[in-house]
Design a protein around this ligand. Structure first.
Ligand code: COA
Length: 154
């Protein structure tokens, strides 16, 4: 059984993330969506809120959701995962993803990262842009799952 981890801060999860996840399920038997800790980011939603939004958005029983505040690669090893999944949107993602995957490879070269390219129409989405749009009254219902939309409306 091929198990992969899809790590991110998911603050909040977007339809862009969900699209990557859907395509990754064509490659892996089981995927754990992992709310991981990004030291460089100030969280908007609490970890439990982020986990709940993901759980409500995903009904596929091949997917589970968890959180972890240590190294993603350590979590992957503990859960017998062979790969990490990351989405690539634009060329601007490359440098960051290169550093991240190289750091992960330095920690454990046995866990590889698989990159999936985001669909062009979703490539402008990121969580902070969506929040900014929502805060200014723009309809973001096509960009996030209902579980996120209802919290953004609050
Ligand atoms: N569609 C839409 N948006 C996407 C996307 C996609 N397919 N993929 C990424 N994004 C957006 C996110 O919404 C987010 O936007 P924001 O910055 O406005 O919030 C941004 O791109 C970053 O993406 P995300 O997937 O949330 O990743 P991240 O950079 O926050 O995650 C971790 C990095 C958490 C996975 C990484 O820091 C980590 O593994 N941390 C644990 C500690 C560790 O092991 N560190 C590595 C070794 S030092």
């Amino acid at each position: 059984m091929k198990v992969a981890i899809y790590p991110g801060s998911f603050d909040p999860i977007t339809n862009g993330h969900l699209e990557i996840l859907k395509r990754a399920l064509n490659i892996f038997d089981r995927i754990i969506v992992l709310v991981a800790y990004n030291q460089g980011k100030q969280a908007r939603f609490s970890v439990s809120e982020r986990v709940n939004m993901i759980k409500e958005a995903i009904t596929d029983d091949r997917v589970s959701t968890d959180s972890f505040d240590g190294l993603t690669v350590e979590y992957a090893k503990r859960h017998q995962a062979s790969h990490l999944i990351r989405g690539l949107r634009a060329v601007t993602d490359f440098e960051y993803e290169f550093t991240l995957s190289s750091a992960n490879d330095f920690i454990d070269s046995g866990i590889d990262t698989v990159f999936l390219m985001s669909k062009a129409e979703k490539s402008f989405i990121n969580s902070s842009t969506i929040i900014q749009l929502a805060e200014n009254g723009v309809d973001v219902s096509s960009l996030v799952p209902p579980s996120v939309l209802k919290r953004l409306k609050k």
